[in-house]
Design a protein around this ligand. Structure first.
Ligand SMILES: Nc1ncnc2c1ncn2[C@@H]1O[C@H](COP(=O)(O)OP(=O)(O)OP(=O)(O)O)[C@@H](O)[C@H]1O
Ligand SMILES: [Mg+2]
Length: 339
């Protein structure tokens, strides 16, 4: 049985359209005019126990809506959802005991309480054994660097501190499934790294299933073997991250550092290559690896430029994903999903 299972799920938001001013507000009250917005459409996928899945897509693609349905906050308009065998909306309480969720945009902790008091409360709600609680608290305080924050109320924490506190609170009852909706948004590089290390550790040690929504592709590269890309509320790609790179990352680049100033106009470039950038003693060449190879490019250029150093850059995930978001690869991806 998969841990998370969505089958032909749809979600339509129904909102009342209001004209401006008091007149509009009164009119909407007595004769409401509804507008419908399809946020998720015919969405199907499943996630197995212990997987860390990156759930990505452009703004408005339907990611948060999906997470809200999976947590039971929202009821789907159609289709069916199962999380650990349950309907998350109908069995909200039972579902809540086994899941954890972080919405990066807002905190779920008690604003005025010191972090330690918040965590005590959570431990009580979930009936954690005192010894186990002490052990987890010590562990989390160390891995998330929370020691000095335990006595600080949430309202006086910085964004990065708040997010670390939030993660501790989310994982404290050792949920089997965790949804993270943009957990690294707005954080500095160091805090991002710490948070990723914590998520990885929890997944490896406890086999926690994680669904991660993010716009930071480093999160995906470092945490997820599998990605699901959605567009306009449905899946356009579901598979390994490596496949996307192999299939669509056909461009690589080699950067050379040269002993003498370059004379760009005299360079003879091999087939399938183009100059990506150049400086006085630096040259970056982009090549299509379906046409040529790194060694062919290096062999052709080295005698011409007297290179003293060179390095090969992997395809850049960001540019590949950008193309997918822009729809360039959508048809090819759909084919791949069907194969
Ligand atoms: N409560 C709501 N009422 C009406 N429409 C909504 C509501 N929440 C979301 N939507 C709409 O549904 C669509 C999907 O929104 P959702 O928040 O799921 O996107 P997202 O993929 O999480 O985007 P982002 O990357 O910006 O967080 C959007 O067009 C959005 O405007
Ligand atoms: Mg969102």
């Amino acid at each position: 049985m998969p841990t998370i299972e969505l089958s032909h799920v749809s979600k339509v938001y129904r909102t009342i359209k209001k004209d401006s001013g008091l007149r509009g507000a009164v009119k909407a009250l007595f004769r409401p005019h509804y507008v419908e917005k399809v946020a998720v459409h015919d969405l199907s996928f499943h996630v197995d126990a212990g997987e860390v899945v990156g759930y990505i897509g452009v703004n408005g693609a339907g990611k948060s809506t999906t997470i809200k349905m999976l947590t039971g906050i929202l009821h789907p308009s159609g289709g069916s959802i199962r999380v650990l065998g349950r309907d998350p909306h109908r069995e909200r309480v039972a579902n809540a005991r086994e899941i954890g969720v972080v919405f990066g945009q807002r905190t779920q902790l008690w604003w005025d309480l010191a972090l330690r008091e918040s965590l005590n409360l959570i431990a009580n709600i979930y009936e954690l054994e005192p010894a186990r609680y002490r052990q987890l608290l010590a562990e989390f305080a160390q891995t998330l660097e929370l020691e000095e924050l335990l006595s600080v109320p949430i309202r006086s924490m910085s964004l990065g501190q708040k997010m670390r506190a939030e993660l501790a609170a989310t994982f404290l009852h050792q949920p089997r499934v965790v949804y993270l909706d943009e957990p690294t948004i707005g954080l500095d590089v160091m805090v991002k790294e710490r948070i990723r290390a914590f998520i990885r550790d929890q997944n490896q040690r406890n086999g926690t299933t994680v669904m991660l929504t993010t716009h930071d592709l480093d999160d995906i590269e470092q945490l997820c073997q599998r990605v699901i890309i959605i567009d306009a509320g449905s899946v356009v790609y579901d598979g390994p991250l490596s496949t996307i790179k192999q299939r669509f990352g056909t461009f690589r680049s080699i950067a050379f550092e040269t002993a003498h100033p370059l004379e760009i106009e005299h360079l003879i470039l091999p087939l399938g290559t183009a100059i990506a950038s150049h400086g006085e003693r630096a040259l970056e060449v982009r090549f299509d690896r379906t046409v040529t190879s790194a060694s062919q490019v290096a062999t052709a250029l080295m005698p011409q430029i007297e290179a003293i150093d060179f390095s090969l850059a992997e395809p850049d995930l960001e540019s590949i994903i950008k193309q997918i978001y822009a729809g360039t690869h959508t048809a090819a991806l759909r084919e791949e999903v069907l194969v």
